[in-house]
Design a protein around this ligand. Sequence first.
Ligand SMILES: Nc1ncnc2c1ncn2[C@@H]1O[C@H](COP(=O)(O)OP(=O)(O)OP(=O)(O)O)[C@@H](O)[C@H]1O
Length: 196
Amino acid sequence: MLQAENLACLRGERVVFAGLSFALNAGEAVQLLGPNGAGKSSLLRLLAGLLTPAEGRLLWQGQDALADRAAHAARLRYLSHQDALKPALTAAENLGFYARLWGGEVAPALAAMGLAPLAELPARVLSAGQKRRLALARLALAPVPLWLLDEPTVGLDAASVARLGTLLAAHRAAGGMVLAATHLPLPLPGARELRL
Ligand SMILES: Nc1ncnc2c1ncn2[C@@H]1O[C@H](COP(=O)(O)OP(=O)(O)OP(=O)(O)O)[C@@H](O)[C@H]1O
C-alpha cells in the first residue's frame, strides 16, 4: 500500500499544496485532477522520489518510502510530460535500452501499443502520438507495482487510448496501482478522483 500523510510541496518559494493525505491499495487507481499549476505534476514527481516533500511522509507498506530512493525507484514507473526518447535510435532500440535496465521483451511491448510496424524507424521521425505510444510501451516491459503517469493520453488516437486501457486493466488485475494526472477522460474504470 502507498500512503501519503499530510504532504506539502514547495516549488521555488511557493506552497503548491499542503496537508495532502491519501492511500492507494493494490489494484486501485486515482485520477489527479485540477487546473493548470495546481500541482499534479509536482505531486507525481514527489511520489516518484524526484522531489522531497516540504512536510509530511510517504509510506510504502507502512515504511518510509523515500528512505531508500533507489529501492523506491525500482518499484515504480514514472511517465512525465516528456517522452524521454533518443531521436537517433529506432523505436525497438529505444525500448531495448529500458529492457536491459528493467527486463522484459521488446517485441511484445511494442505490439502492446501497436508499434510493431514502426519498430525499425528512428524515433525522430515518429509523429507526436507515436512518440507518446513508444513512451507508454515501457509500461509493458517488466511489471512493477506503481505506475505514475502524467497526462498519458495527450496526442493519442482512440485506438491507442484503448490499448493503454488494456495495459492499465492488466496491471490493476495483477494488483498494480496507478496514479494518473489528466485533463482528459482516461480508460481507468472505477478510479477515484483526487482534486488539487
Ligand atoms: N522548478 C520550479 N520552480 C518554481 N516553481 C515551479 C517549478 N516547477 C513548477 N513550479 C510551479 O509549481 C506549480 C505547480 O506546477 P505543476 O507542473 O505541478 O502543475 P500541474 O497541476 O501539473 O499543471 P498542468 O495542468 O499545467 O500540467 C506551478 O505554479 C508552477 O509554476
